[in-house]
Structure formats: C-alpha cells, structure tokens
Design a protein around this ligand. Structure first.
Ligand code: CO
Length: 134
C-alpha cells in the first residue's frame, strides 16, 4: 500500500545551524527557509534526489513541534512520510486493522498542498508516520 519515502522530517532547535550542517558538512542541496504559518513551522528542504529531508523549526506559539523540541532539546527525527495513491482507502484499511489516525481522521492539506494524515506512533514502532496522497 505505501509507496515511496516522500521525506524524513527532523525537528531542529537552530534552523540556521542545521541548514549549514546539511549544506557545508554533508554537502547537500538545501532550500531557503520557507515559513509555513498554517502548519506552525519554518521548513528547509534538503533535496537528496531520491527523497527529501525536511528541517522543521517552530513558527508561532502553537507549533506542533514545540513540545517535541522541549522533550528533545537537541532535535531529532519527528516523522517519516510515505506516499499513498488513495489516502481515504489507505486510512480505511489502516483503521480496519486497528491503527489509530490522529486528529479527526480526516485528511488535511499538508505542507506540499496535498492531502495528508498522521498515524499514531505507538502503532508504528514509536515513529510518527505521515501519509501523503501523491
Ligand atoms: Co511531513
């Protein structure tokens, strides 16, 4: 059911430093910081060719990653995003198997302008999973 790895999201306490690390130490292609006020984050995209890393930094008071950074002050992997062809079919299949969908269970428009859902980390080996319809 799941397809390609769309991205790995890493929450970072210092976006400039994280960007420099990916650009200068790891030699990766990085984007300019992109504010996403609707999602409470500023994102730097790291283009790896076969997939992306997204460096996430809190934006605004109600950022969904603020708590994560409080618990992980040096940053860490926040979620992985897998592509699916039909997000409603994927959701229904997962729910039928007992997986918990976060929020009200309805897909939201994600940071790439496409429908996304998040799955409870406790059902997926401690990893927050995002599904994105492509
Ligand atoms: Co994501």
């Amino acid at each position: 059911m799941i397809g390609r790895l769309n991205h790995v999201a890493i929450a970072v306490p210092d976006l400039e430093k994280a960007t420099e690390t990916y650009r200068d130490v790891l030699g990766a292609r990085v984007s300019q910081p992109q504010p996403e006020p609707d999602h409470g984050v500023t994102v730097v995209f790291v283009d790896l060719g076969n997939t992306k890393v997204e460096l996430l930094h809190p934006l605004g008071e109600a950022s969904p990653i603020a708590n994560f950074l409080r618990n992980n002050p040096s940053g860490g992997i926040h979620h992985v995003c897998y592509e699916v062809e039909d997000i409603i079919a994927a959701r229904d299949r997962l729910k039928a198997q007992g997986a918990r969908v976060l929020g009200d269970g309805e897909p939201k428009i994600g940071a790439h302008g496409k429908p996304v859902l998040f799955l409870h980390p406790k059902d997926f080996m401690g990893t927050l999973v995002e599904l994105e319809q492509v």
